[in-house]
Structure formats: structure tokens, C-alpha cells
Design a binder for this molecule. Structure first.
Ligand code: ADP
Ligand code: MG
Length: 490
């Protein structure tokens, strides 16, 4: 069996986070009672006229700027004509020959062998991003198909990539990177379970070394990164098997469905060509001019992209990969972290406290994974974390005490310095008192002392436990070590 290369291009649909629909006043809310979020424009009633939603164009331009696309000088509209029950007016308003965003690229981190190692970073080229209307949601129940027009007319961006992916992992990582960037920028909530982000996977295979692409198929509406991965792998294998069996002509350009439950794909319909849709400019809508000033205004509000932030945290702030990658997935946590660093410039230590200790406390407030208390509502503010770290670094409290009081500060919101003062938790660094404790520990455990004298230096640690206990965790660990060594080894 010769070896094949998989070629994948994605079309990702993203519902924009706009208060009302793209050409109509009604809002879209996921999970609302069916057919309650409609209006004459959405339903295509005679005489109803669409009006463009500026917020939708704002989000489109924002997305284009984030990914370095060329933004068209004019945003124009075309009708894509088709008859299907998910489209009450029998056409979808879309952008045909002049998408708002052209070109651009998205940075992606590919999965690595192990979780704590940074994966390879790659940039994948976009073809275009255009704005269109989402059609109705169809619910097929037995012999009936129920139409919910709540979704009809919702602002939908279609992000089309070049055929640039060479594995299902790359395609899935792309979708994850897109979701992280767009949700942090407030462009879309990108909740794939709610259908706010769905991808079509175009797949073809070719023998290694072949220059031209073979015929592709398009699998529609994949609603999770793992479905994208599974569908691509299954479809690539199907095509390879057909080529190997000399039945390559059976691979036709068609639209396919993926049955995620059963784990197989099937043909839905042969692929329409664009002339089947009889595109023409929508006569009800004026084109919108995109001025430089409009773009500048949105550019000024852009967030730093997650992977730009990852690079900055690692290269400029010295964070290890594990902390940086945990932070960048959560914009609120990044803001919290940066605020703490502004107060006390110890990025690696603070990131560690936030990513490990604070996240653990937050998770413990949750009844399920999704309901953890948001970091912004936490009584332990960046100032608390910064002060706690500083008290520990300066030796005012021991590391043990810093760990011990974390939970209490998280719960009460008392400032660490005040808590330490109130409870008398300062590090025990009176050498006289520590020496008395050390002598007591030595006297109580002559066997260990013997071992240390015989050259087993590590055995000395066994004497530290009782001292820590006697001091209630407050004994300065470094001083204790010095004193023990002096007393035992001279
Ligand atoms: P359509 O509008 O008919 O879906 P496009 O030309 O917009 O067609 O391409 C759709 C997607 O198919 C793009 O993401 C593109 O990268 C991808 N694509 C095109 N040719 C191939 C191919 N031979 N193999 C895999 N993907 C392809
Ligand atoms: Mg398509």
C-alpha cells in the first residue's frame, strides 16, 4: 500500500455576538421557546425590508484585523437563492464575490507528546471571511421535520481556510485556536455545544509526492473538535481504500453528513456549483463603506491574541510553558495575573500561585465543572496574591504558613499581612528559640543523629519535622537546617 497525504480545508461558521440579528431587530437567544424570536424581516413577510446591524460589521472587521486579513473598502450583499424549509424567504443574504475579509492567517499550537511541553506553532492561511445569515434550525422527529425560526437571520461569519491542513490534528487544533481567540475578543461565544461554532471539513487524499489535489468531499456541520478529527480520519481512510481498490472514480464532489454517535459518514447530496444558487446583489440593501477611521477605532480596541500573550509571558516574563499555557486559555485569569505582577514583579511565582492554588480553590466552589466561581468575583484579589508571595519571599512567613493560610484568605478576603499579624504567624527566626527546639529534637532521636554523623546528610531532614511541629509551621526552614548542621556536625 503506497502512502497518502490528507488535504483538508475548513469552512467554520461562527455566530457573532450581536444583540439583534444581522438584518432584523429580533434577538437570538439559545434555548428560547421555538419561534418566539421572529419578526417580519426574519420570516420574509411581503414588504419587510432588511437593515444592516452595525455591530455585526464591527465584529467582522475586528476578526479581520485580528487575523491580518485585508478588509474590503466596501461591504456589499448578495442573495444566494435556494429553496429549503430552513430559509423562509427562499434566499440567504450572504457575500459572494466581495467578502468583507480576504486572506489572513491564524496561529495554532499543535498538540505535543506530553502536556507540559509546548507543541509546534504553525500559521494557517485563510481564504476569506464573509458575513451571512444563519438559517432556521430543523429538528427531525420521526416522520416530521419541525422548523424553529429563532435562529433564522442570526449574524453568522463564515471563515474559509485554504486547503492547508495535512492531518486531522492540525484541523482540530485550528478550530480550538480560533475558538480561544474569538471568544476572548468577544466576537462570538463559540460554544460548539450550542451550535455557535460549527465546521465543514473538505477532505481529499493524494499519493505522497503528487502535486495536484484530487477530488474533495465536504462533511457538514461538525460540532466539536473531536468530531472534526474523527470525521476527517474516517473520510480520508474511505477515500484511500477506494483509490487502492481502483475505484477512485467513485469519489465525487459531494456533501456528506457525519454520524457522530455511530462514527461513520454518508453522502447527503451532490455538491451544488455556485451557479446553481443564482447569486445576485441584494437590491434591498445598500453597500456599506468601511472607512480607515472605522478600522482604526476597532484596531485600538483589539485584545492581544492568546498566542502572542503566550510568547510574551514565556520570553519576556520568564514563565514556564505549563503556567503560560494554562493562563492564556482564560482572559480574565490573564488580567488577574498581570494586575498581580504590576503590584509585585515576580511573574513565575505569582503565575504558579494563580494557576495551581487559586484555580484549585475556585474549582472547589463549583458543584460541576462549568459552575466554578469566576476569578473576577473572588475575594482574593491580585493584591492579596501579590502580598502573600511577598511576605513569603521576604521571609516574614515560612512557605508552609503561606500554603496554610491560602484557603482562609480565599474565603475571607482578609489581607495576608493583617491575618499574619492577627494570628501571630510570623516566621520563627529567633535563633535562640530555634536552637532550643533543635536541641530537643536531637536529644529525642539519637539514632538519626548517629546516621548524620556517619555521613548520611539527608537523614537530617527527619529531625526537621518535629521542629516544624513544635513551631506550628513557623520555624524558618533555612535557619533550622543551619542550626542542626552546626549542632551535629560542628
Ligand atoms: P465551496 O464554496 O463550494 O464550498 P470553496 O472553493 O470555497 O468551495 O472551497 C471550500 C473549501 O474546500 C476551502 O476550505 C478549501 O480550502 C477546500 N478545498 C478546496 N479544494 C480542496 C481539496 N482538493 N482537498 C481538500 N480541501 C479542498
Ligand atoms: Mg462550502
Amino acid at each position: 500500500m503506497s502512502s497518502y497525504e490528507v488535504i483538508i480545508g475548513l469552512e467554520v461558521h461562527v455566530q457573532l455576538k450581536t444583540r439583534s440579528k444581522v438584518f432584523a431587530p429580533s434577538p437570538y437567544v439559545y434555548g428560547a421557546e421555538p419561534n418566539t424570536l421572529c419578526d417580519p424581516v426574519v420570516l420574509g413577510l411581503p414588504g419587510a425590508l432588511p437593515v444592516i446591524n452595525k455591530e455585526a460589521i464591527d465584529k467582522m472587521i475586528t476578526m479581520g484585523l485580528m487575523f491580518g486579513c485585508d478588509i474590503a473598502k466596501e461591504c456589499k450583499w448578495d442573495r444566494k437563492n435556494y429553496w429549503y424549509p430552513d430559509s423562509p424567504k427562499n434566499y440567504q443574504i450572504s457575500q459572494y464575490d466581495q467578502p468583507l475579509c480576504l486572506g489572513g492567517e491564524v496561529e495554532v499550537e499543535l498538540p505535543a507528546e506530553s502536556r507540559n511541553v509546548m507543541g509546534e506553532h504553525k500559521k494557517f492561511a485563510l481564504t476569506r471571511i464573509h458575513l451571512e445569515e444563519d438559517p432556521a434550525k430543523m429538528n427531525h422527529e420521526g416522520q416530521f421535520s419541525l422548523i424553529d425560526d429563532n435562529r433564522t437571520g442570526t449574524s453568522l461569519a463564515e471563515i474559509v481556510t485554504e486547503p492547508v491542513f495535512r492531518s486531522s490534528d492540525e484541523a482540530a487544533a485550528f478550530v480550538n485556536a480560533l475558538r480561544m481567540a474569538l471568544s476572548q475578543a468577544g466576537v462570538s461565544d463559540c460554544d460548539m455545544e450550542k451550535g455557535q461554532m460549527r465546521a465543514d471539513a473538505n477532505v481529499s487524499v493524494r499519493p505522497m509526492g503528487q502535486k495536484h489535489f484530487n477530488t474533495r468531499t465536504e462533511s457538514k456541520n461538525l460540532n466539536s473538535a473531536s468530531n472534526i478529527k474523527a470525521c476527517i480520519e474516517w473520510e480520508a481512510r474511505r477515500q484511500i481504500e477506494l483509490y487502492e481498490a481502483g475505484r477512485g472514480h467513485e469519489i465525487v464532489q459531494e456533501t456528506r453528513r457525519w454520524d457522530a454517535e455511530q462514527g461513520y459518514g454518508y453522502s447527503m447530496r451532490s455538491k451544488e456549483d455556485s451557479h446553481d444558487y443564482r447569486y445576485f446583489p441584494d437590491p434591498d440593501l445598500m453597500p456599506v463603506r468601511v472607512s480607515e477611521a472605522w478600522k482604526d477605532e476597532l484596531r485600538a480596541k483589539l485584545i492581544e491574541l492568546p498566542f502572542d500573550r503566550q510568547h510574551r509571558y514565556m520570553e519576556k516574563m520568564g514563565l514556564p510553558y505549563s503556567s503560560a499555557s494554562a493562563l492564556i486559555g482564560d482572559l480574565a485569569m490573564c488580567r488577574y495575573f498581570e494586575e498581580a505582577v504590576d503590584i509585585y514583579n515576580k511573574p513565575a511565582e505569582l503565575a504558579n500561585l494563580i494557576v495551581n492554588d487559586l484555580r484549585r480553590e475556585l474549582a472547589a466552589t463549583a458543584t460541576d465543572e462549568a459552575s466554578a466561581r469566576p476569578i473576577g468575583e473572588c475575594k482574593m484579589t491580585p493584591a492579596h496574591i501579590a502580598q502573600l508571595q511577598k511576605l513569603s519571599d521576604e521571609g516574614v512567613i515560612t512557605k508552609q504558613i503561606a500554603r496554610d493560610i491560602f484557603h482562609e484568605i480565599f474565603e475571607s478576603g482578609e489581607m495576608p499581612a493583617a491575618l499574619v499579624e492577627r494570628k501571630g504567624l510570623k516566621a520563627q527566626n529567633d535563633s535562640g528559640e530555634l536552637e532550643a527546639m533543635a536541641r530537643a529534637a536531637i536529644e529525642a532521636d539519637p539514632a538519626t543523629v548517629e546516621k548524620v554523623r556517619a555521613g548520611n546528610e539527608k537523614a537530617i531532614n527527619a529531625l526537621k519535622g518535629p521542629i516544624m511541629k513544635a513551631s506550628k509551621g513557623k520555624a524558618d526552614a533555612k535557619m533550622v537546617d543551619e542550626i542542626l548542621r552546626r549542632l551535629i556536625l560542628g
